[in-house]
Ligand binder design. Structure first.
Ligand code: NAP
Length: 271
């Protein structure tokens, strides 16, 4: 049985999608949940989404609080981490989940769009890890989980250059941190999701086919051996295991979570 009672988890980008799914599962195993999300005037829904997420978690009986933190801003991350430690005494688990994906042909990719991916997907994880590591070292306990992707690490489709590069970089960071803190009670692992139905996937489907995004989602499902996209709660179960005491000897790993989508060799040969 996974038991996360007495554990405090920071989940970045936890107000919806994969982050919220993982928050629900870790919370259901007893963890206190701190959500880090950036609330900005240019994202008018972000405050409401985080408020709703915290309410949803509290309605489930999960001890939780939201923090207005843009993971790309080091000072905001540092003060968010200080606040969590003031509120709950420590940080045991960090899930670097905040991420963005915008489809764009390489020749049209602006430096700004490239940097947006690098800043949120890789520098964000860097900033959050940097901010929590001292507290984890002091407590001789830490579980850091980086949400990478099969995109850029195992497979790729056209239009994902910035996203794929950032997700591959996250594997380098995972391995480097894992080896550096292996003797400090801190494990660092990556999860590489395939397709999980969230707003990010819905948006990418709309960018791929604005007229009929459903056809894209159906096409994705039919190409997955399990014939369906994953759920955020299923992802949460893997994250909860990696966050638990039971996973204490697992570090530096890349955990593919994709319903078998990266398995087929040709997709057409066979009986
Ligand atoms: P999503 O629905 O778009 O959610 C992304 C979350 O990140 C949102 O809560 C968003 O906040 C937050 N966020 C974005 N920029 C941020 C920033 N600068 N600081 C703090 N929070 C920020 O995406 P998702 O599908 O759940 O994806 C979550 C993670 O899983 C990402 O790293 C993604 O690359 C990875 N992943 C997803 C899939 C999939 O199939 N869904 C597959 C592979 C990997 P707002 O709501 O305020 O915008």
């Amino acid at each position: 049985m996974i038991n996360l009672k007495e554990r405090v988890a920071v989940i970045t980008g936890g107000s919806r999608g994969n982050g919220l799914g993982m928050a629900k599962v870790l919370g259901s195993y007893g963890a206190t949940i701190a959500l880090f999300n950036d609330i900005k005037p240019e994202k008018p829904m972000s405050g409401i989404t985080m408020e709703n997420a915290v309410k949803e978690l509290r309605d489930m009986g999960i001890h939780s609080k939201g923090y207005n933190v843009d993971v790309t801003e080091r000072e905001q991350v540092e003060s968010g981490v200080c606040e969590v430690i003031q509120d709950f005494g420590k940080i045991d688990i960090l899930i670097n989940n905040a991420g963005i994906a915008r489809l764009c042909k390489f020749e049209n990719m602006t430096d700004e769009l490239r940097d947006l991916h690098f800043n949120v997907n890789i520098i964000g994880a860097w900033n959050c890890t940097k901010a929590v590591i001292e507290n984890m070292m002091k407590n001789k306990y830490g579980r850091i989980i980086n949400i990478s992707s099969v995109t850029g690490t195992v497979v790729c489709d056209s239009g994902f250059t910035a996203y794929a590069t950032s997700k591959a970089a996250l594997i380098g960071l995972t391995k480097a941190l894992a080896v550096e803190y292996a003797n400090s009670g801190i494990t660092v692992n990556a999860i590489l999701p395939g397709y999980i139905y969230t707003e990010m996937v819905q948006k990418s489907a709309e960018e791929s086919n604005p007229v009929n995004p459903e056809s894209i989602l159906n096409g994705i499902a039919s190409g997955i051996p399990m014939k369906r996209l994953g759920t955020t709660e299923e992802l949460g179960e893997l994250a909860a295991f990696l966050a638990s005491d039971a996973a204490g000897y697992i570090t530096g790993t890349q955990n593919i979570f994709d319903g078998g989508s990266t398995l087929p060799e040709t997709g057409c040969m066979g009986v």
